[in-house]
Design a binder for this molecule. Structure first.
Ligand SMILES: C[S@@+](CC[C@H](N)C(=O)[O-])C[C@H]1O[C@@H](n2cnc3c(N)ncnc32)[C@H](O)[C@@H]1O
Length: 262
């Protein structure tokens, strides 16, 4: 899978100021991750060093700071997402513009790495290689990402001319192989299909577009949909809404816990 970094940066820069308002599912998963990290690390709040890979607007890291964690680092590739995070988080939280696939952090830097809804924008092999490199021996990473069933209703609706208009998500098997290649031990990898429902077509469209989650493959067809095709897709969604009383978008949420052995 080849992704355009400049497109990813552009999409998330554009989405930054409204991201929190529309990223309902991402916010819910983030809150769950905070609980899991706290259950693991809660006795070592003063000393443990925690990094959030793809921290976005800083929701997760702010929550950890609120629980008393002292040594927090957030990395994100989109400067405007980091600007939002800076406004939200105390100055003691270190926020750095950096690419997960080649992170500007030394080897063995962190005791815990957490990442929510970000690694799907990377090649998992590179992302887990960087997790393996920067995680200390015995350290753990808690990662939530998305699998190929994600946004299938969107893909079905928009594939008017057989073109792919949804991001290509890696399979759990491929991700598991990337984890092994990085020399990390998988403690758990679980997949869950979550259906998010909407009461209006605009709310459904906004939940993807307003958070920067459009397709970022180079020359992706999404940008080139004609106005009339777009109107037809919207009209079809309206029909589904009338018939079913709701619209649904599915997310294949992959939850991963890994440990560094070296
Ligand atoms: C859907 S948002 C999730 C943000 C946050 N983790 C949350 O839970 O709300 C994805 C984030 O990943 C960042 N991102 C995408 N690719 C990245 C990369 N290669 N390196 C660092 N950050 C990346 C985006 O800029 C964006 O802020």
């Amino acid at each position: 899978m080849s992704l355009s970094k400049s497109k990813i940066i552009q999409q998330f820069n554009r989405a930054a100021s409204q991201y929190d308002r529309f990223a309902q599912l991402q916010g819910d998963i983030s809150a769950d991750l905070v609980k899991v990290v706290d259950a693991y690390a809660g006795q070592r709040k003063d000393t443990i060093e925690i990094a959030d890979f793809g921290c976005g607007t800083g929701t997760l890291i702010k929550a950890l700071a609120g629980l008393g964690y002292q040594n927090l680092f957030g990395f994100d590739i989109a400067p405007m997402m980091l600007e939002e995070a800076k406004q939200k988080c105390a100055t003691s939280v270190s926020l750095v513009c950096s690419d997960i696939e080649s992170l500007t952090a030394a080897d063995n830097s962190f005791d815990v790495i957490v990442s929510n809804a970000a690694i799907q924008w990377c090649q998992s092999e590179k992302a887990f290689s960087e997790i393996g490199r920067t995680l200390r021996t015995g350290g753990r990473a808690f990662v939530c990402t998305f699998g190929p069933q994600t946004l299938k209703q969107w893909q079905d609706a928009f594939s008017i001319d057989g073109q792919r208009r949804v991001h290509t998500f890696e399979t759990p098997d491929r991700i598991a192989s990337s984890i092994r290649s990085a020399g990390l031990k998988t403690l758990s990898i679980e997949t869950q299909l979550i259906d998010v429902t909407f009461k209006s077509v605009d709310a459904m469209l906004d939940s993807v577009r307003r958070i920067g989650a459009s397709n970022a493959q180079p020359n992706s067809a999404e940008d080139r949909i004609s106005k009339s095709d777009y109107r037809a897709v919207k009209a079809n969604f309206e029909k589904t809404l009338q018939a079913q009383g709701k619209l649904t978008l599915s997310y294949e949420v992959i939850t991963i816990v890994v440990e560094s052995l070296v």
